[in-house]
Design a protein around this ligand. Sequence first.
Ligand code: FAD
Length: 281
Amino acid sequence: MSQERRYSFEFFPTKTEAGHEKLLATARQLAGYRPDFFSCTYGAGGSTRDRTLNTVLQLDGEVKVPTAPHLSCVGDSKAELRSLLNTYKDAGIKRIVALRGDLPSGMGMASGELRHASDLVEFIRAETGAHFHIEVAAYPEMHPQARSFEDDLAHFAAKMKAGADSAITQYFFNADGYFHFVERVRKLGVEQPIVPGIMPITNYSKLARFSDACGAELPRWVRKQLEAYGDDLESIQAFGEQVVTDMCKKLLDGGAPGLHFYTLNQAEPSLAIWNNLGLPR
Ligand code: FAD
């Protein structure tokens, strides 16, 4: 794996002015840690098209950390995708996270012209050549809709071969699953870096719900301990910080090429892990 490690922080665009101000304050605080880049999520079907665009341009231009927009292809036409790509390219954005996306329930699946993330990667390359560094998503514990693990690994390898430069994983709480995934896809010819996505633990019920939906396993011993803390947020956060720090240490010691933090627009939980690991500033 690469010796050059990279560290990044992810945000989501907010609906309110107050939320946006909080995001900017968080981003300014995190910028002081000199991450390699920020990223900002995109609501599949274009629900956050303008908010993602504005947030990316502001983080990149004003907070002055290179920022990667997420872009998903379900529910967006090629013309809409092309227009966004050109806007980002003209604004000097150099990195993009290319996804299939999940349409909100009730919106169906087949409204976009591109079906899979690999189609979007090919489209971005065809439209903009080598301009963007393309990130894609990886699922060490298998994408929840995949027919089988083998099938998912093969689709991931095809997506990398379509022109992706690196991948960021769905979050997980088991370092062995990550190493197993990396080993398996290396045998399929994938050579690009696969960066673990890290979710700090700050709240039990939300995390449990979200993990069930996205197919990330919350190990039984972690689940049981978090449950036992009930409403004691301080203990949940202290225990969560220790669990995630220990896992990150294992990942980095085992050769992971960096870390990507799902900040949920909060600085402290990611920074606590960052500081525990003694990462550079
Ligand atoms: P794909 O790579 O297309 O894979 C999706 C499923 O289709 C998998 O089961 C795969 O095995 C299967 N598949 C792939 N290719 C084929 C093929 N040729 N034939 C048959 N089956 C195939 N969602 C958002 O809406 N907005 C975001 O900003 C966002 N950011 C994310 C960031 C990261 C780092 C991650 C890990 C996920 C993110 N997601 C986001 C969630 C993501 O959109 C969902 O997990 C979605 O269900 C799959 O997207 P994908 O790009 O992985 O899809």
